[in-house]
Design a protein around this ligand. Structure first.
Ligand SMILES: Cc1cc2nc3c(=O)[nH]c(=O)nc-3n(C[C@H](O)[C@H](O)[C@H](O)COP(=O)(O)O)c2cc1C
Length: 458
């Protein structure tokens, strides 16, 4: 038996024909997914995935987690790092970044009974990845031997029963991208996602190069997915056609439109024709955004995400295309974990956690209603957006106040509140925040006027 990289004894490697056959079987067993939700730190978490699965998404990736930290973690720690799933959450790929073969395998073994594959992140461009030697840092040619070792170690481990997939970015030189991709295939990768942009920060917003993705697709024998530059259902279809990939993976555009994978004719539209998303348009109307928010919150009550911040970021993104930015600041009214909404020391599995989340979701609904009223989408008196999507009840507010915060007081960031109170703040900050703060103030004044009227009436 030959000595492999890192001096380990090379384990049994299957012939290429069998590896490729297995890769395609794996793809077919997952139902031959065409539309994939990308891994997104803090965003492709369980409730968001469940929402996407109801709207045409065939396969989801978890947010990236650090194999080093994850390996050996308890259930509680895994949940805090972002790993949560349930029976409906399949097919699922769990993504890790890693810098040693042992960590990656250990992390993979921990999740193998609750997912369909594990993915190795080979493209994260952030400076912490570059400094830490993981993600995009492994694209450096002098690190390819390590990438090979990580994959081989996992793919030939008899105890790992699920396949390993990879997600890469392209290089400036297509020939180098092809060499990298072929090396991954040879090392045992069963499914490759190619993000058609380079790692270089200056090029992050450049158009994705689908022609480079197509070259990889044509050169490999395993299934390949294309990622980058898809903003609508039409462009997803165009991407599939131009790259000839089996699937298309989307990140940013799904955050704004979770129904992106539905043909426009199948996507739910709002009653008011003037508020619906035009055919082929990537941006949903505000009315659709409000519906998406309420649907997401309904799922959060059942399967709470770990962090309130994740939920708020989703709501902001879902409304961002259509609501005024200053109104979106109202979402800050619901404090994040650190600000008392969920006690820091509460177990991720504590039953009280769901009770807290019910209240948090009610608060978010209150805020979304306030925005909807302000934008003229519904009246103060309306009780729901749709019979199955009720607004929050102001009933929860006194209870929340009892817990130590009030919606009105938390209606702005600390500096915005200082501004509202007339306390001194820097001139530059004051100018930047003035409009935002006034909008918050007027919304809450309107909300409390209406509550006072209701109380007087009863
Ligand atoms: C909020 C956010 C978080 C992301 N987190 C990850 C991650 O955890 N792992 C990863 O491989 N890529 C991550 N990405 C990159 C996306 O998966 C995707 O490759 C990139 O956004 C390009 O796709 P798009 O053009 O559809 O946005 C993230 C992107 C966003 C917007």
């Amino acid at each position: 038996m030959a000595l492999g990289v890192h001096g380990r004894r090379a384990r049994h490697v299957l012939p290429e024909k069998i590896r490729v056959e297995r890769a395609w079987n794996f793809y077919r067993e997952m139902g031959s997914p065409r539309f994939i939700c990308a891994p997104m730190v803090g965003q492709s978490e369980l409730p968001f995935r469940l929402m996407l699965r109801k709207a045409g998404c065939d396969l989801c990736y978890t947010p990236m987690m650090h194999a080093e930290e994850f390996a050996g973690s308890s259930e509680e720690e895994m949940a805090r790092q972002g790993f949560a799933t349930c029976a409906e959450d399949r097919p699922l790929v769990v993504q890790f970044c890693a810098k040693t073969p042992e960590d990656f395998l250990q992390a993979a073994l921990q999740v193998q009974d609750r997912c369909d594959a594990v993915d190795l992140n080979l493209g994260c461009p952030q400076s912490k990845a570059m400094k830490g030697g993981w993600g995009g840092a492994l694209m450096e040619e002098d690190q390819w031997h390590l990438v090979y070792a990580i994959l081989r170690h996992a793919c030939t481990a008899p105890e790992l029963r699920i396949p390993v997939t990879c997600k890469i970015r392209i290089f400036a030189d297509d020939r180098k991208t092809l060499r990298f991709a072929k090396m991954l295939e040879e090392a045992g990768c069963s499914f490759l996602t190619v993000h058609g942009r380079q790692r270089d920060r200056a090029l992050h917003h450049a158009p994705a190069r689908w022609e480079a993705v197509r070259l990889v697709r044509d050169a490999l024998k395993i299934p390949v997915a294309s990622n980058g530059g898809v903003s609508s259902y039409d462009s997803a279809l165009r991407c599939l056609e131009e790259t000839n990939c089996v699937a298309v993976m989307v990140a940013t555009a799904l955050l704004q439109n979770p129904e992106l994978f539905l043909p426009v004719t199948e996507a739910e539209t709002e009653d008011d024709a003037s508020t619906t998303c035009a055919s082929g348009s990537s941006k949903p109307s505000l009315a659709q955004g409000v519906r998406h928010c309420l649907m997401y919150l309904q799922i959060c009550e059942r399967e709470p995400p770990f962090s309130v911040r994740w939920a708020r970021d989703h709501l902001r993104a879902l409304l961002a295309g259509s609501s005024k930015l200053d109104l979106l600041a109202l979402l800050d009214a619901v404090p994040t974990d650190a600000a008392l909404s969920i006690p820091q020391d509460m177990s991720a599995f504590a039953p009280e956690r769901k009770i807290h989340w019910k209240e948090i979701c009610q608060d978010f609904r209150d805020v979304i209603k306030t925005i909807s009223v302000h934008e003229g989408l519904c009246s103060e008196e309306s009780r729901h957006w749709r019979p199955d999507l009720p607004w929050g009840t102001a009933r929860t507010r006194p209870a929340l106040k009892g817990m130590g915060y009030s919606l009105v007081v938390e209606g702005a960031s600390a500096a915005q509140q200082a501004l509202l109170r007339g306390a001194p703040v820097s001139k530059r900050f004051a100018e930047r925040q003035k409009l935002k703060a006034l909008a918050i103030k007027s919304c809450f004044q309107a909300a409390s006027r209406s509550e006072r009227r209701k109380t007087q009436a009863t």
